[in-house]
Design a protein. Structure first.
Length: 124
């Protein structure tokens, strides 16, 4: 499946205000905008022998991320399946109208999980 921008699946105002309407979205919409972080961590957990990184995407200056995906060896996994990471980033850049640039961050508290976590934040 070709990479699709996560923003194309953002919840509408009615989906934000009515949980039942939100639950009726397709699985792809759910995992693109709402549960993408769960999908990324499940992917990482499914391949414990691979150094899969969790990538979060946000706008510059914002604290909140709006999409998360798993990355390994130049490939990215999200609601669109496995795609070359540059393609996934390009699709999101085109949709949002902002360039992407990687910013590595150490996230407080993750060391408490007791594993070597590779987490990056990409700012748009």
């Amino acid at each position: 499946m070709a990479a699709k921008a996560a923003g194309a699946f953002r919840r509408t105002p009615i989906e934000r205000s009515d949980q039942r309407v939100a639950w009726e979205r397709t699985d792809q919409a759910f995992f693109a905008a709402g549960a993408c972080h769960i999908l990324a961590w499940v992917c990482r957990g499914s391949y414990p022998d691979r150094p899969i990184e969790i990538i979060a995407v946000r706008f510059p200056g914002e604290r909140q991320v709006f999409h998360t995906y798993a990355a390994w060896d130049g490939w990215a996994f999200d609601h669109s399946g496995w795609n070359p990471e540059p393609q996934l980033l390009a699709v999101n850049t085109d949709f949002e109208g902002h360039p992407l640039g990687p910013v590595s961050k150490s996230l407080p508290g993750l060391e408490l999980l007791g594993e070597d976590l590779r987490v990056s934040v990409v700012e748009m």
